[in-house]
Unconditional design. Structure first.
Length: 57
């Protein structure tokens, strides 16, 4: 399971540069994480100012 960006995303882009595998891209209104690329490192969640990135359950 990959990390997920919720609707709380403010589209700031902070997470994009933190992702070591390039799994995050701009979607419609919010950023999205490609679950096939995500390695669950958590770097994106650590830098998200809105707390919009949640760990896999």
């Amino acid at each position: 399971m990959a990390y997920k960006i919720t609707e709380d995303c403010v589209s700031c882009g902070s997470c994009v540069d933190e992702c070591p595998v390039g799994a995050i891209s701009e979607g419609k209104g919010i950023y999205v994480i490609d679950p096939d690329k995500c390695t669950e490192c958590g770097a994106c969640a650590e830098v998200c100012p809105a707390g919009a990135i949640v760990a896999p359950e």
